[in-house]
Design a protein around this ligand. Structure first.
Ligand code: UD1
Ligand code: CA
Length: 417
């Protein structure tokens, strides 16, 4: 959509999180909360996205990467003030502006797309997203007149007792005609209770000026969840995790027990790979086809696993490449390693990759056999088809040649068999 710009509000500290980290940088399935909102903005086809930052803004900017215009909000004077900061960037722009909150990771892109479409079709001055929820506490309530038209959004703190019973809430997604937005914002007054300027006041302003306001309702109220507390974060985490795991199953990955399978959003897994219970597969891990992972396995960021690999119980693999048909069935740790194809990693094998100062690499060639309870002190290289006897400690720099043998503590290295 060429005539659409997006503003993402992400300046708030998130006081209720009781955290030093800005709220929008807390992670849900390995991705910051704001990352989900950005993905929605992108998929809706917005040409340019403005992110309003404030509390620890430098941290937020660093995490965003390029492709955004970041706008500082020096004083956290409320959501209306945050949007107003973007006016100087958009004052000559005549089209529609989509406003999203950086703390709503469960937003559904199709619903937001529909909202933008309805906004354009009806010619409303503003259209916003609502949800009917069982526990509306903390959210702005949608006030409707006798004809059912939305005439105001009343914040929880300012709501009367009867207004508090309203179950329809403001999700925090707005599509607004740019011109009308700036006009309405000029009239927003400081909320005396919270000492903030509320963006939500533009709804009443539009209504009072005879401008049309439309709403779109979400069928799934969980999509509107705003992450305001650590408890909300855990709820978001559970919902996203369920979605991620369900998607993998639809793509042909076998998941024995979705309830105890933890897979981050950016992971890739090939078909007919089986994930057994209590496994953690973290951000940016790639796993090939027909592998077996777990139970009780932890694959950490940067790990690349080929096809037909088995990574069994009580194993941890970090920043490591594992070649096709390699087996690592029980209690092992591989860190900063490059492991070839057809390797056997015996039970209890450990790469000692950290020397107290830096992480060092381990290389294991194709077809090598690492006996049980081996310690490989990095940096070290084990050649192709080499054999390391059970219980050996291969010290750093004592590389084992292709076809060689290493045995003992510290390991004696024998040349090609
Ligand atoms: C807001 C809405 C409420 C809605 C809810 C949905 C207002 C006044 N209220 O309430 O109607 O039901 O979202 O989740 O808008 N922010 C800034 N600068 C500020 C203040 C906030 O950028 O000065 C950002 C925050 O980082 C956050 C978003 O705006 O991403 C919403 O702010 P928050 O304080 O979470 O508003 P709520 O009280 O949840
Ligand atoms: Ca919020």
């Amino acid at each position: 959509m060429h005539n659409l710009r997006t503003i993402i509000l992400a300046a708030g500290r998130g006081v209720r999180m009781r955290s030093e980290l800005p709220k929008v940088l807390h992670e849900v399935c390995g991705k910051p909360v704001i990352g989900y909102v950005i993905a929605v903005a992108k998929s809706v086809g917005s040409l340019k996205t403005y992110v309003v930052v404030g509390y620890k803004g430098e941290l937020v900017k660093a995490r965003l990467g390029p492709g955004f215009v970041t706008v500082d909000q020096p004083h956290l004077a409320g959501t209306a003030d945050a949007v107003r900061r973007v006016e100087r960037h958009l004052k000559n722009y005549q089209g529609d502006i989509l406003i999203l909150c950086g703390d709503t990771p469960l937003l559904n892109r199709t619903v937001v797309k529909n909202l933008v479409r309805k906004h354009k079709q009806t010619g409303a001055a503003g259209t916003f997203l609502t949800a009917v929820v069982s526990d509306p506490r903390g959210y702005g309530r949608v006030i409707r007149n006798e004809r059912g038209a939305a005439v105001a959004i009343r914040e929880d703190k300012d709501a009367s007792e009867s207004e508090r019973d309203i179950a329809e809430i403001n999700v925090g997604v707005y599509c607004v005609q740019g011109r009308e937005l700036w006009k309405a914002l000029r009239g927003v007054e400081l909320n005396p209770g919270k000492k903030e300027f509320y963006l939500t006041d533009i709804v009443a302003a539009f209504h009072e000026n005879g401008l049309k306001v439309e709403t779109v309702g979400t069928a799934d109220p969980s999509e509107g969840l705003g992450v305001n507390t650590k408890e909300d974060l855990a709820v978001a985490q559970r919902i996203v995790r369920e979605r991620v795991v369900r998607n993998f199953m639809l793509q042909g990955v076998t998941v024995i027990d979705p309830a105890t399978t933890y897979i981050d959003a950016s992971v890739k897994i090939g078909k007919d790979t089986c994930i057994r219970p209590f496994s953690f597969i973290e951000a940016d891990v790639r796993i090939g086809e027909r592998c077996v992972v777990g139970p009780f396995a932890r694959l950490r960021p940067g790990t690349r696993v080929g096809n037909d690999v088995e990574i069994g119980n009580f194993t941890e693999v970090s920043r490591t490449k594992v070649g096709n048909k390699t087996l690592m069935k029980h209690f092992s740790f591989l860190g900063d390693a490059t492991v070839g194809a057809g390797v056997n990693i015996g039970a209890g094998t450990i790469t000692a990759n950290f020397d107290g100062r830096r992480k060092n690499p381990t290389k294991i060639g194709d077809g090598a056999f690492i006996g049980s309870d081996t310690v490989l002190i990095a940096p070290v290289r084990i050649g192709k088809k080499a054999l390391v006897g059970a219980g050996s400690v291969v010290t750093s720099g004592k590389n084992v040649p292709d076809g060689g043998v290493a045995v003992g503590v510290p390991a004696r290295i024998k040349p090609r068999r």
